[in-house]
Design a binder for this molecule. Structure first.
Ligand code: HEC
Ligand code: HEC
Length: 260
């Protein structure tokens, strides 16, 4: 059978199409115009978010809401697989992002944005990678500087007893552990002499009750001292647009938690 001519094909369409086609075409044009306007409005907001000082976005009447909506969606898509709802998971060394107790920096949007873009021990040279927790049961506990000597199981036990502080059962062992902490263990070098930690190298506070790994029990502390730790947060610079990274950082900074 030969192909019907175009006009015949039009005749073959259902009668409602013939009646409403003009209306449908106009509706389509209006929909495209609305979508284009919405896209332009979003582009304007995105540009304003990128122009703004990151620290001011949460306080901005115009930018806070759109930034949080976009940031929440980005967090769910890219971060929640590890960070959950922000509360983290001490069985996997995932820090709590709601406790305002930061491994790195002080929780400023710009600092969080840098972590989103470049990560922590992610392989990205612009990410955090200044220090890791040495593995004191290994013959060579630490590959990088400072050179660190291993500790015997008894010495590790003494340091753990010292870290238990008020909960320590053995005062003599805790005193020996304190000497190792301040001396040949070199713990002070990263965690500071008072154990308060150093957010410039990501060394956690050991004097509080917040633990990155486990529950602060002797068993958890022993595992950390023996095997070392080097938690890693991926770099998203190649995966996310600048505005996606910034809005995620704004969202993280907005998470409710107890003040520092
Ligand atoms: C594969 C798991 C994983 C994913 C995905 C991930 N993170 Fe992380 N993140 C970690 C781990 C593990 C750490 C702790 C690193 C360490 O031990 O120093 C961390 C640390 C952080 C920190 C530092 C917290 C502090 O106390 O200073 C921030 C902020 C952070 N992540 C935000 C994010 C955001 C935002 C995303 C999504 C864009 C994300 N992470 C995706 C695993 C992940
Ligand atoms: C070269 C720097 C460095 C030295 C030296 C060092 N640490 Fe660490 N330590 C770290 C870093 C960095 C982390 C966090 C690792 C991570 O985020 O995965 C850490 C983590 C820990 C943790 C886990 C804390 C938590 O919240 O779960 C404990 C406990 C700890 N260190 C104790 C010690 C003790 C005790 C010594 C000495 C015997 C010591 N560290 C020496 C850098 C160091």
């Amino acid at each position: 059978m030969p192909d019907p001519r175009p006009t015949d094909r039009l005749q073959a369409l259902p009668p409602w199409w013939r009646r409403y086609r003009l209306l449908l075409v106009v509706a389509l044009i209006v929909a495209i115009a609305i979508a284009a306007a919405a896209g332009a409005a979003q582009a304007r907001i995105d540009a304003a978010i990128m122009r703004a000082d990151p620290a001011t976005i949460l306080g901005s009447a115009d930018l806070a809401r759109p930034a949080l909506v976009q940031g929440h969606a980005g967090f769910v898509a890219h971060c929640a697989s590890c960070h959950g709802d922000g509360r983290g998971d001490p069985t996997r060394g995932i820090p709590n992002l709601r406790d305002h107790d930061f491994l790195y920096g002080s929780g400023q949007v710009a600092e969080i944005e840098a972590i989103v873009l470049h990560g922590i021990r992610s392989g990205d040279p612009r990410g955090w990678h200044l220090a890791a927790m040495p593995a004191y049961a290994r013959p060579l506990p630490y590959a990088a500087e400072p050179a660190i000597k291993p500790l015997s199981p008894a010495e590790i036990g003494d340091v753990v007893e010292y870290l238990l502080r008020d909960r320590a059962r053995d005062d003599a062992a805790a005193a020996r552990g304190q000497a190792i902490f301040a001396g040949r263990g070199a713990c002070w070098d990263c965690h500071e002499p008072d154990g308060g930690g150093n957010p410039a190298v990501g060394a956690p506070n050991l004097a509080d009750t917040t633990w990155l790994y486990g529950d602060g029990s002797a068993a958890a502390l022993t595992a950390t001292l023996k095997r070392g730790r080097a938690g890693s947060c991926p770099a998203f610079a190649r995966m996310l647009s600048p505005v996606a990274a910034r809005t995620i950082a704004v969202y993280v900074a907005s998470l409710p938690g107890k003040p520092a």
